[in-house]
Write a protein that binds this ligand. Sequence first.
Ligand SMILES: [Zn+2]
Length: 267
Amino acid sequence: MRRRIIIAFILFLIVAFIVACATSPTGRRQLAFFPTSEMNQMGVAAFEQIQEETPRSQDQAKIRYVNCVTDALLAHVPRSHAGLDWNIVLFDDDAVNAFALPGGKMGVYTGLLRVAENQHQLAAVIGHEIGHVIAEHGNERMSTAYATGASLQIVSVLGGERTAQRDRMMGLLGLGAQFGIILPFSRTQEREADIIGLDLMAEAGFNPEESVSLWRNMARASGNGPPEFLSTHPSSDTRIRDLTQHMPRARSAYEKALEGGRRPQCD
Ligand SMILES: [Zn+2]
């Protein structure tokens, strides 16, 4: 009897592990404990929270610009995530920052528009953020935290008073610097988001070479104190080397987009 219970328990663990493992768009096995619906709900709650705490930009021309770039990219999101209620808000804040939350909720700060010099560079940042959503990096981070013993009382914490636990949750979801805690994405996740973003921007008709210029600008802007984006998105020569490595594929997708008449004019 006892033995049967133990076997049942082991079987349960095996099944739970299989269910909790997902495969990312680049074919990587990843931990994903939380149901997508729950992750999306958390993303929406966190998005509401940040909108309460940060003013929106009222600059209609800039809002149109950000939406134009985002729409061009979203037209090429894989079917698995095309049905999300994607949404982007331009926040009036000098921080050089952008974020994306599960459920497709994204934010760009006006400060970023000084560093991303043209529509192609902005597409590189937003494409990267879309990459984090498509690859379910929020779920992976939350699951890893959960597996390593952090007790998380998920949604109830998000809507409530500002506490250390709530801020940590926000950080895990992808709102790092905004909530005063630095939780960098892992190198693997960054790389994955870069590659997904690179493919996406090229398919949409943005020049993928500009992604390298963007990261160089970002590094230069960090001369007077690191931009928030870099504190949660460590930039390095490795990142530029990885992008360069994937550039031939992106360039051919870009050429195909141009041939197909995909030439976004957002500037
Ligand atoms: Zn990132």
